[in-house]
Design a protein around this ligand. Structure first.
Ligand code: C5P
Length: 251
């Protein structure tokens, strides 16, 4: 999918609730299943990350698709190009709506991800084209870690912008980044380059291990296309009420 195609999905015709991605960070299917019951009828996006996917597998993705959810498979692939191509083909055949690979894997690896998607689509007419997202510098990386441990010079923001540019060059549809970096990414990669932003906290919510955060409303005002929210919903005493309050705060 090109940037302008994805724009169609994230544009004015889409309700903001469809651009809220709830992170199903659970150790098994039963916790996630309970949340599904609590959120029933709310057309948010669902994110399956490595914790749930490694425990509950493709079966749980299919379960979410059966319920009509859009699914972001957040498994952050990073391997040799041939392996990432195969992984990308597999998750495309599974029917995920969005998935990601590490931009740090480089141009050839990201292009291989794109090729994997194309190969799966060619082999399964009717399969949906997922939005392919690059992971930039993880929001948990400090400048000291970037410079002294990973060995990359410059600021975290520089690294994010460089990775975003590389992801764009490889033909990816967008990137995961902090909402603070969205204006810079859009300026560099164009307005239709999709941004998916974790590090979201409603006003007054616990920060947990996130440090540079924005409220849902601020993040959308920055131009982010999708926000990712986990614990402010999943750990709330009443997750449905928490999500409804977040949606209400957007208008
Ligand atoms: O609970 P919380 O709202 O902090 O969850 C954020 C979600 O976004 C988690 O599933 C986490 O893995 C994911 N994520 C992140 N930072 C990144 C990439 C992904 O917090 N840079």
């Amino acid at each position: 999918m090109t940037g302008s195609d994805t724009q169609h999905q994230t544009g004015a015709g889409t309700q903001l609730v469809e651009r809220i991605i709830v992170a199903l960070d659970y150790p098994d299917a039963s916790g996630a299943e309970k949340l599904l019951q609590q959120l029933k009828g709310i057309p948010c996006y669902m994110k399956v990350g490595m914790e749930l996917f490694y425990a509950a597998g493709p079966q749980f993705v299919l379960r979410l698709k059966e319920e009509g959810y859009k699914v972001f498979l957040d498994v952050k692939m990073h391997d040799i190009p041939n392996t990432v191509k195969g992984g990308s083909a597999s998750v495309t055949r599974l029917g995920v709506d969005m998935f990601n690979v590490h931009a740090a894997g480089g141009l050839a690896m990201m292009q291989a991800a794109r090729e994997g998607v194309e190969a799966a689509l060619a082999g399964s007419p009717g399969a949906r084209r997922p939005i392919l997202i690059g992971v930039t510098q993880l929001t948990s990386t400090s400048r000291a870690v970037l410079n002294d441990e990973i060995g990359l010079a410059g600021s975290v923001e520089d690294a994010v912008l460089r990775y975003a540019g590389l992801a764009r060059e490889a033909g990816l549809d967008g990137v995961v980044a902090s909402p603070l970096e969205v204006p810079g990414i859009k300026a560099r990669c164009g307005p239709s380059f999709v941004t998916v932003t974790p590090g979201i906290r409603p006003a007054g919510a616990e920060l947990g291990d996130q440090s540079r955060v924005m409220t849902p409303r601020e993040a959308f005002a920055q131009g982010t296309d999708y926000i990712v929210i986990g614990r402010p919903v999943t750990a709330a005493p009443d997750p449905r009420e928490a999500l409804e309050q977040i949606v209400a705060s957007l208008y």
